[in-house]
Design a protein around this ligand. Structure first.
Ligand SMILES: Cc1cc2nc3c(=O)[nH]c(=O)nc-3n(C[C@H](O)[C@H](O)[C@H](O)COP(=O)(O)OP(=O)(O)OC[C@H]3O[C@@H](n4cnc5c(N)ncnc54)[C@H](O)[C@@H]3O)c2cc1C
Length: 510
C-alpha cells in the first residue's frame, strides 16, 4: 500500500450478504493505493455465505461448509460480524450499532438485502406471531431449522409455487417429507411459465410425490399448543401439516433507510449512480430500487456492486465485455428431479412476427419452446431436456445467428452438427458471457488461464466465475479441460474472437 498524503475516506457497508460482500471484495481488489478505509457491518452471526445455495443445502446436495465466501482481507477491512446498524444520523454521518457502539462514515453503502414476505393470514399474524414449525427460507438459520424439522415432519405445506417454493418443496421431498404446494395463481411459476409447460411441471412434481394445488391459498393456519397442526384452504379443505414453508416473495429491507429520512418506495430509491436521496449514502442489491426496477436476483446486485466501486474510484475503464446485456437473466429451477430453465420471451409474450417452435412430449413431461426474433433466440422454455438446456442458454446469451433449422438446437450434445458444435469452447466467441452472476466472459477465463489459473477452482478465485448460482460450472470446467488439453505446458495465445488455443485441432463449422 502506498503512503497517503491525506486520511483515507471511510466507507461503511451495512449488510454482509452476497452484494455487500461483493462490493467490499471488488473495492479491495481495485483500490490499490488504499484510498478508502473500509468497514463491513453484518447482522448475521456468520461469515459471508452464498445464499443462493441454501436450497441446495435444504435438498441435502450441498454442505453448509461449502457456502462460505472468501473472507475480506483483515488488513484492509474491519468486519463487524453479528452486529446490526440500528440507526443512521445522516447529518452527523454517524451510525448507532446494536452492540451500543457508534461509527462514523464519509460514505455509506446500504446492502441490507430483503426479507421473506409473510402474508397476514389468520393464525400467522397477531400478537402471538406464527406458531412453531412455520418457516421462511432466507437465511442459513432458516435452512438449518427447516432441515431439523424435516427429520420428524409427516406432512409439509409450501405456500407459494414460485421458484423458491418449488426448490424448497423438492428439497423437502428429497428428505422424505410428503409435500403439498399451494398456490393462489392458476399455474405454478406463473412469472416464468405459460400454462402448458407449467401443467407439465406440476405433473412431474406429482410424479416425485409432491402434491400441487393451484387457484387456492391458505385461509388459516391452525395450531395447537403453539405448534402448527393443519392449514385450512380458501376452498375450505383442511390439510394436516406439521411443517409449513411460506414462500410468497420478498420485501426490501429498507426500514433503516426510511427511519433516517432517506427516500424509500418499494425499495431504497437510487439513481443511475446508485445514490440515494442523501448524497453520501448509496444502496445496492435487493434493498435498492434503481430506475431499471428491482429483480430480487443476484446478478444485477453484483453488477451494481462493481459499478459502484468503479464510480467511487473514478474509473471509466469498465471492461465492456464484462458488462451483461439488458436481456433478462436465464432462470434455472435448482430442484432435485426437475430440469427446468427459462429465459427471455415466452410464447404468450411473442410478437406477431416472432417465430415460435414448440416440441412437447406430454407423456414424457418434456417440453421446449423456442422464440426467435430476427434470426436470434430471444426466449426459451426448456423442461425435461437436461442435455440441451445448457446449450440453449449459451445460444440465448450469444445472440448469434441460429442454424438454418432452429430445431437442430434440440439435438443433444455429442450429436454431429447439433448443439455440440454450437457450444464447442473453440467456437464460442471471446465475448460470450459464461458466468452471468459474475458477468465473466470466455475472454476473461482464457486470460486467467494464461496467467496460470489452470483449474476450475483457480479460475473461480481469479474471475469469480462459478461462485454465484453455480449454473456455469459445467461450461467453465469444459473450457478449462479444453485449454489444458490444447497445450498443457504453455499458455494459450492472446484472445481474439473466436479464441483457439495453440495446438487445438480446428473444428468443422458445419
Ligand atoms: C434459497 C434462496 C435461493 C436463491 N436462488 C437464487 C438464484 O438461483 N439466482 C439468483 O439470482 N438469486 C437467487 N436468490 C436471491 C439472492 O440470494 C439474492 O438476490 C441475493 O442474496 C441478494 O444479496 P443482498 O446482499 O442484496 O441481500 P442479502 O443476501 O439478503 O444480504 C443482506 C444482508 O444484510 C444484513 N442486514 C440487513 N439489515 C442490516 C442492518 N441494519 N445492519 C447490518 N446488517 C444488516 C442481513 O442480515 C443480510 O445478511 C436466492 C435466494 C434464496 C433465499
Amino acid at each position: 500500500m502506498t503512503a497517503q498524503s491525506s486520511a483515507p475516506e471511510k466507507i461503511v457497508v451495512v449488510g454482509a450478504g452476497m452484494v455487500g460482500h461483493r462490493f467490499v471484495d471488488e473495492l479491495v481488489r481495485n483500490d490499490r493505493s488504499g484510498r478508502f478505509a473500509i468497514e463491513l457491518v453484518g447482522a448475521e452471526e456468520y461469515e459471508p455465505y452464498n445464499r443462493i445455495l441454501l436450497s441446495e443445502v435444504l435438498a441435502g446436495r450441498a454442505d453448509l461448509r461449502a457456502l462460505g465466501l472468501p473472507l475480506p482481507d483483515a488488513d484492509r477491512v474491519l468486519f463487524r460480524r453479528g452486529v446490526a446498524v440500528d440507526e443512521i444520523d445522516t447529518d452527523a454521518r454517524e451510525l448507532l450499532l446494536s452492540d451500543g457502539t457508534r461509527s462514523t462514515y464519509d460514505r455509506l453503502v446500504l446492502a441490507t438485502g430483503a426479507r421473506a414476505f409473510v402474508p397476514p393470514l389468520p393464525g400467522l399474524a397477531g400478537p402471538a406471531g406464527a406458531p412453531k414449525h412455520v418457516h421462511v427460507l432466507r437465511t442459513l438459520d432458516d435452512t438449518r431449522n427447516i432441515a431439523a424439522r424435516a427429520m420428524n415432519a409427516k406432512h409439509a405445506v409450501v405456500l407459494g409455487g414460485g421458484l423458491l417454493g418449488l426448490e424448497a418443496a423438492c428439497g423437502l421431498r428429497r428428505r422424505g417429507v410428503p409435500v403439498t404446494v399451494v398456490d393462489l395463481d392458476d399455474h405454478l411459476m406463473a412469472t416464468q411459465l405459460d400454462r402448458g409447460p407449467s401443467r407439465m411441471l406440476a405433473a412431474q412434481l406429482r410424479s416425485l410425490g409432491i402434491d400441487v394445488i393451484t387457484s387456492t391459498s391458505v385461509a388459516e393456519v391452525i395450531s395447537a399448543y403453539d405448534e402448527i397442526v393443519a392449514v385450512r384452504l380458501t376452498d375450505d379443505r383442511l390439510l394436516a401439516a406439521d411443517l409449513m414453508l411460506v414462500s410468497c416473495g420478498i420485501r426490501a429491507e429498507s426500514g433503516l433507510a426510511a427511519r433516517a429520512g432517506i427516500a424509500v418506495e418499494r425499495g431504497i430509491v437510487v439513481d443511475e449512480e446508485l445514490r440515494t436521496s442523501d448524497p453520501w449514502v448509496h444502496a445496492i442489491g435487493d434493498c435498492a430500487q434503481p430506475p431499471t426496477g428491482m429483480t430480487g436476483l443476484l446478478a444485477p446486485g453484483w453488477n451494481q456492486a462493481d459499478d459502484l466501486v468503479a464510480l467511487m474510484l473514478g474509473r471509466e475503464d469498465l471492461d465492456p465485455d464484462a458488462v451483461g446485456d439488458d436481456r433478462p437473466d436465464p432462470v434455472k429451477l435448482k430442484a432435485v428431479g426437475v430440469d427446468l430453465v427459462t429465459m427471455g420471451v415466452r410464447p404468450s409474450q411473442a410478437l406477431d412476427d416472432d417465430r415460435v417452435l414448440t416440441v412437447s412430449d406430454g407423456g414424457g413431461n418434456r417440453h421446449v419452446d423456442l422464440v426467435l426474433r430476427d434470426g436470434e433466440l430471444v426466449g426459451v422454455t426448456c423442461l425435461g431436456f437436461p442435455d440441451v438446456s445448457a446449450a440453449l442458454t449459451l445460444a440465448y446469451d450469444r445472440r448469434t445467428p441460429l442454424p438454418a433449422d432452429p430445431l437442430a438446437l434440440l439435438v443433444p450434445a455429442g450429436a454431429q452438427g447439433g448443439v455440440a458444435a454450437t457450444v464447442s469452447p473453440m467456437r464460442m466467441p471471446g465475448s460470450t458471457t459464461v458466468c452471468r452472476c459474475s458477468a465473466v466472459t470466455k475472454k476473461q477465463i482464457v486470460s486467467a488461464w494464461e496467467q496460470g489459473a489452470t483449474t476450475p477452482d483457480a479460475i473461480a478465485g481469479a474471475t469469480r466465475a462459478t461462485t454465484g448460482c453455480g449454473g456455469c460450472k459445467e461450461v467453465v470446467c469444459g473450457l478449462v479441460d479444453w485449454l489444458n488439453a490444447s497445450d498443457p505446458a504453455a499458455p494459450a495465445p492472446s484472445v481474439d474472437t473466436p479464441v483457439t488455443p495453440r495446438n487445438t485441432p480446428v473444428e468443422s463449422t458445419t
